[in-house]
Design a protein around this ligand. Structure first.
Ligand code: NAD
Ligand code: UDX
Length: 452
């Protein structure tokens, strides 16, 4: 069996590395247009930082796992093609700022139809709006190469930072296909691929549209929980309740459960906001404006939470940060990733810059070019200093804003850090990560989410 995966990003790279590790008889080739990304996948400086990923790649690379820019050759020889390209929020034309931009998916489908090479199973791995498979099928069927294509949906549920454990031991694998003999046969082929390391009772099969819609729905539900607890965090600050105590108290109810109740400066990442906006756009498209408004609130609450965090910084610092130096601890959207897409740090830093603050930024994995471009700034902007350590970033600043829950921030020497800062020194914990006693004993004024 030969697999081609189009798109060597945060999903394509780790997912295919795991398939190659677990299915030694399968040749897996991951292709991408981006030569430097492929070069990185072929080196030991992978483009994606993910605990345990390098070991998995090294185990299979050059044996049955390959990274290449020879897209057409790989498509031609494959039995199964996974499409794992990006589906960002559309930035132009109709649906701008809401709909998913499917141009990369469409290009892949056209390329598969053009290249040919025999009958194939084409799997949507990317997150796509429900009914996208119809578009892929139409493009493939327009081809006059005489081959048959079965289009399946197999959305990916891994979370960044825990991708390897999520892939090795997923809660479930979802595979949607046509309810026809040929459709069922294709679904079985992909089920048998995953069944090489995942229990069959964890592999759910559905029709195409249920599978596509389940992915958007899963992300919307997860994000909704964070916005719900973040909404309550504001009420906690107004009333003296403690949001972590509330989360613990409600999370022990087995009907609610304890996960995704960690109050924060807001959720980030490349998926949640994009997928909810897309879900809401779809609802409007299908004539369901009330349903669209319901889901929009999850994103609105998230924006409110980021604004509220900056407002708390302002309030604590005499309503002005102009000319003051603020240390930013963490820029990634969560720990254990080098991904800063839609990170709450972007909104927080942008607002602080608007208020004329100077920023000293430290993140253990996000490089400075990524930080600059996500803030829309040019190299050499003297309002920002990039630092090599947490202590260097905090030195001679008036406040620390902790935005990513990296473990090293939890164990920092707060006494030493406090001694190097301007006084009074503030600590704004956007993740409720640090031990409040240690930080206040060191001399800081501490402000946390959902606590007074
Ligand atoms: P990414 O931007 O990291 O990677 C996508 C890659 O596809 C890029 O390297 C790009 O160069 C390549 N590409 C685009 N068009 C191409 C083409 N025509 N031919 C060859 N290569 C092409 O994106 P990602 O984070 O891996 O996400 C991919 C998809 O998976 C998205 O739909 C996303 O919503 C979904 N998803 C992402 C995550 C996540 O945690 N990042 C989790 C689950 C699902
Ligand atoms: C998400 C989904 O979890 C995953 O299943 C899907 O495949 C891709 O999108 P990801 O974006 O990688 O994964 O990270 P996730 O762990 O979901 O965190 C998203 C954001 O929510 C992060 O900014 C995180 O810090 C924040 N978060 C998460 C909270 O603020 N509180 C929580 O309790 C959990």
């Amino acid at each position: 069996m030969k697999i081609c995966c189009i798109g060597a990003g945060y999903v394509g790279g780790p997912t295919m590395a795991m398939i190659a590790k677990k299915c030694k008889d399968t040749k897996v080739t991951v292709v991408d247009l981006n030569q430097s990304r492929i070069d990185e996948w072929n080196s030991n400086e992978l483009p994606v930082y993910e605990p345990g990923l390098l070991e998995v790649v090294q185990e299979a690379r050059g044996k049955n796992l390959f990274f290449s820019t020879e897209i057409d050759d790989s498509i031609k020889e494959a039995d199964i093609i996974f499409i794992s390209v990006n589906t960002p929020t559309k930035q132009y034309g109709s649906g701008k700022g809401r709909a998913a931009d499917l141009k990369f998916i469409e290009l892949c489908a056209r390329n598969i139809a053009k290249v040919g090479g025999g009958d194939k199973i084409v799997v949507e791995k990317s997150t796509v709006p429900v009914r996208t498979a119809q578009m892929v099928k139409e493009i493939l069927s327009e081809s006059d190469n005489g081959h048959n294509y079965q289009v399946l949906s197999n959305p990916e549920f891994l979370a960044e930072g825990t991708a390897i454990t999520d892939l090795e031991n997923p809660d479930r694998v979802l595979i949607g296909g046509d309810i026809t003999t040929a459709g069922k046969k294709a679904v079985d082929t992909v089920v048998n691929l995953y069944a090489q390391w995942i229990d069959k009772d964890k592999i759910i099969t559905t029709n195409l549209w249920s599978s596509e819609l389940s992915k958007l729905t899963a992300n919307a539900f997860l994000a909704q929980r964070i916005s719900s607890i973040n909404a309550i965090s504001a009420l906690c600050e107004a009333t003296g309740a403690d949001v972590d105590e509330v989360a613990n108290a409600i999370g022990t109810d087995s009907r609610i459960g304890s996960k995704f109740l960690k109050s924060s400066v807001g959720f980030g990442g490349s998926c949640f906001q994009k997928d909810i906006l897309n879900l809401s756009y779809l609802c409007k498209h299908f004539g369901l404006p009330e349903v669209a408004t319901y889901w929009d609130q999850v994103v609105e609450m998230n924006n409110y939470q980021k604004d509220r965090f900056v407002q708390r910084i302002m309030d604590a610092m005499f309503n002005t940060v102009s000319g003051k130096s603020i240390c930013i601890w963490g820029f990634a959207f969560k720990k254990d990733t080098n991904d800063a897409r839609e990170s709450p740090a972007i909104a927080v830093c942008s607002r602080l810059l608007e208020e004329q603050a100077k920023l000293k930024i430290y993140d253990p994995q996000v490089d400075y070019t990524t930080i600059l471009s996500s803030l829309g700034l040019e190299k050499g902007d003297n309002r920002i200093t990039f630092c090599e350590s947490a202590i260097e970033a905090a030195s001679e600043t008036h406040a620390i804003a902790l935005l990513t829950e990296w473990e090293e921030f939890r164990g920092a020497d707060y006494g030493l850090i406090y001694s190097k800062m301007e006084k009074p020194a503030h600590f704004f914990d956007g993740r409720n990560l640090v031990d409040s006693k240690k930080v206040t004993d060191a001399g800081f004024t501490l402000s946390r989410i959902g606590k007074v």
